[in-house]
Design a protein around this ligand. Structure first.
Ligand SMILES: [Zn+2]
Length: 446
């Protein structure tokens, strides 16, 4: 699986790719990394000092700016800890490679396991926060409550550290459920909001092999960036050694990010270095929704590690190759899959030339169609276009049971081609279905 997944990915040794003098120097620094007892360690190639007040929101998944990384530079981030069993293993794995990362810690976890927070500090990692209770509703809760979540989380981690200076002014919104008011409050406090540049889906019930595949594939697509992982997940613990080994084999370099202070000025950068990097053909950045449907399997609060977390085995995915079996768990929709691993199927370039011109009556909704609109107990089986419409704008619960959205898009494209070949009758039927669905959604929202 892994071999096939990585077929076609070019090996790009840093020695022939470091285009600028700075990146070459960084690569040499990585080789010279001092990692006692581990001469072949990945190491940390450089420290990037950032000023949150100059760049308050970062991460191309949601914001125009991201960290000013060179090609083949990676920033590792871990969320939701500490959880001793798994977080301690992550720390050991990182220590063995002399890799420094950034951790976004939850307040109530810090209260439960304060020694886990201090271990991060002692190991030299950057420590940010991730709210007090990990609510997945920051995009719609009152600003007063959001501020309380943020402030309490910071207070809890500071209490565990007993050293305010050891806490970085970095914050990641739980579930990436961003909201302007939340971001503005964070910025007003001099706190940098971190999204990410890519995920490895390690909160989903997938195998550690799949986590490894996704991390490497998405990094290769972008060439650099902030990777979001979860140190509380057993599958992440299992995947991490392979991820780090692969990063080294492919010539990637780890960058450690720390906040600027009076004694430690920000690393000099140009504004354009913070701008969205031109996406490669394999990265569908623009397809990521402004507020992603990125929720955990169990309700609104931080889920405890599931039993399946402890059962993850390499090569033994519990959910099939695309995790379709886990689209719903306990009646709650799982996160919409990130768009990158799929190929985007587009209509042929000459689609306009071969598609039939729709007749005027295509856009009419016959009276008899309206009869089935509403809470009909036997809703007609939706067409591919209907499902694609639902995928774009409907609530997760309304599209329960929909096929994997990648399959939906394929089906929709196939449907378009089918209609093109067989004339207007099929196209008209598909369009009526889409219109009908839109009406249904509108009525349902009243
Ligand atoms: Zn989280």
């Amino acid at each position: 699986m892994i071999g096939s997944a990585l077929v076609g990915v070019r090996m790009r040794p840093w020695a022939i790719l470091c285009a600028g003098l700075l990146s070459c120097l960084n690569a040499k620094a990585a080789l010279a990394a001092d990692c006692p007892g581990h001469p072949d360690a990945l190491g940390t190639s450089r420290t990037l000092v950032v000023d949150p007040r100059e760049h308050p929101r970062i991460g191309t998944m949601q914001y125009p700016e991201t960290l000013p990384l060179e090609d083949h530079e990676v920033v590792l981030t871990f969320d939701d800890g500490p959880l001793p069993r798994n977080s301690n293993q992550v720390l050991e794995i990182l220590a063995a490679q002399c890799v420094k990362a950034t951790f976004f810690e939850i307040g109530h976890m810090a209260q439960a396991y304060p020694e886990g927070i201090r271990k991060l500090r002692d190991a030299g990692h950057s420590i940010g926060t991730h709210s007090q209770d990990h609510p997945l509703t920051m995009d719609r809760m009152s600003i007063e409550r959001a501020r309380q979540e943020i402030d309490d989380g910071i207070a809890s981690v500071k209490t565990a550290l007993a050293d305010d200076a050891a806490l970085a002014p970095f914050f990641r919104i739980p579930g990436l459920m961003r909201a302007e008011g939340v971001e503005e409050y964070l910025a007003s406090q001099g706190i940098q909001t971190w999204s990410a540049d890519f995920l490895a889906d390690d909160w989903r019930h997938i195998s550690s092999s799949r986590v490894f595949e996704l991390a490497i594939k998405r990094l290769e697509d972008k060439g650099r960036g902030i990777l979001l992982l979860h140190d509380i997940q057993a599958r992440t613990v299992a995947a991490l050694p392979r991820i780090l080994a692969e990063l080294k084999a492919r010539g990637y370099r780890i960058v450690h990010v720390v906040p600027a202070t009076a004694e430690r000025p920000a690393t000099p950068t140009e504004p354009q270095q913070w701008q969205l990097h031109p996406p490669s053909e394999g990265v569908a950045i623009s397809h990521w929704p402004k507020i992603p449907t990125f929720v955990f399997a169990d309700a609104d609060m931080l889920p405890a590690p599931a039993l399946s977390d402890l059962e993850a085995r390499d090569g033994a995915s519990t959910a099939g190759p695309e995790g379709r079996a886990d689209r719903f768990a306990h009646g709650v929709p799982l996160p919409r899959e990130a768009p990158w691993p799929r190929e985007t199927l587009l209509p042929p370039d000459d689609a306009a030339a071969i598609l039939p011109v729709p007749a005027q009556n295509v856009f009419d909704i016959p009276e008899k169609s309206l009869a089935v609109i509403g809470p009909a107990p036997h809703r007609p089986k939706p067409t591919g276009l209907e499902m694609m419409t639902a995928d774009a704008g409907d609530s997760p619960r309304r599209i329960r049971g929909k096929p994997h959205s990648g399959h939906v898009r394929q089906a929709a494209v196939h449907g378009t081609r089918h209609a093109a070949v067989h004339g207007t009758r099929h196209a008209a039927h598909a369009r009526r279905g889409a219109l009908k669905h839109l009406v249904q959604v509108k009525r349902g929202s009243v």
